[in-house]
Design a protein around this ligand. Structure first.
Ligand code: PMP
Length: 286
């Protein structure tokens, strides 16, 4: 991934893609002091750009560091990076991290660095896979209690659990893994929030220990505007047998139907397909 042409925004300057490096003693590499975002530009506009930049700032605050740029400056830098790369449809990855100025658990002497890379990333799943629904296994790892880790942050450290779960699932032929939370309630997939449908009503877990997904907020508002009831509540894994449809939401996966989670089966239905279609029209302002 590092060996390609292009430019990456690093601390205010554009650096050639291959030279956008950081020292091996970077604090974030040793202690996980890093937060990031995942955004998508559609037809020349980054969807919910300011919401993402604000979440980046909040994630940093949860890790006790301050971004050296304002939300407006991060917004502008994201747009400038897309423009510099000549891309109008792409994935946008801002990352903020403590640098190599100090190597110790304490981090008071480190500087906070910010980088933004963008790349072409058409669709996470091909249309045929999406229409059939993706297969998920249960993750072995659970989302931590908010008293154990700052679980509301989109922080690199929390992705240790996601990477272990997703890589294990893919090795066994699944597209992703569904994580439970520390109490045993259904939480989220490794990079997406989850929704279930029963009798025309949507059920989704509350954001006490999962990421407050921007797509989750968008799809909830979209469903409510269509007159569909969205119930936010704790969901026990055994309840999955009572739902007919299931879908994931996230910047990367957009709205993706699910056909299988462990022993439970779902059929992508009218409600899911309608939201999938409305979401793709909304992001493209069509
Ligand atoms: N949960 C996790 C763990 C994620 O990584 C993501 C992707 N950022 C989401 C949920 C969905 O968030 P969003 O809709 O803001 O992309």
């Amino acid at each position: 991934f590092d060996d390609r042409d292009g430019w990456i925004w690093m601390d205010g300057d554009f650096v050639p893609w291959r030279d956008a490096k950081t020292h091996v003693l970077t604090h974030a590499l040793h202690y996980g002091s890093s937060v990031f975002e995942g955004e998508r530009m559609y037809d020349g506009e980054i969807f919910k750009l300011t919401e993402h930049s604000e979440r980046l700032r909040r994630s940093a605050e949860l890790l006790d560091f301050e971004l050296p740029y304002s939300v407006a400056e991060i917004d502008a830098a994201c747009k400038a990076t897309c423009e510099r790369m000549g891309l109008r449809d792409c994935y946008v990855r801002p990352v903020a991290y403590r640098g190599p100025e100090q190597v110790s658990v304490s981090a008071g002497k480190t500087k906070v660095h910010v980088a933004i890379a963008v790349w072409d990333w058409p669709s996470y799943f091909d249309p045929e896979t999406k229409a059939k629904g993706i297969r998920l296994e249960w993750a072995k790892w659970r989302r931590p209690d908010p008293m154990t880790a700052p679980s509301a942050a989109k922080a690199a450290g929390l992705y240790m659990i996601c990477t272990l779960s997703k890589t294990a699932a893919e090795k066994r032929g699944y597209a992703d893994a569904m994580m439970l939370d520390w109490r045993g309630y259904v939480a989220e997939a490794t990079g997406a929030n989850v929704f279930f449908v029963r009798d025309g009503v949507i059920h989704t877990p509350p954001i006490d220990g999962i990421l407050d997904g921007i797509t989750r907020q968008t799809v909830t508002a979209m469903a409510e505007a269509k007159g569909i009831e969205v119930i936010v509540r704790h969901i026990r894994p055994e309840e999955l047998s009572t739902f007919s449809e299931c879908f994931l939401t996230g910047t990367a996966v957009e709205v993706t139907p699910v056909s299988e989670i462990g022993e439970y089966r779902f059929t992508p239905g009218a409600l899911t397909l309608d939201l999938m279609d409305s979401y793709s029209r909304l992001v493209r302002r069509a």
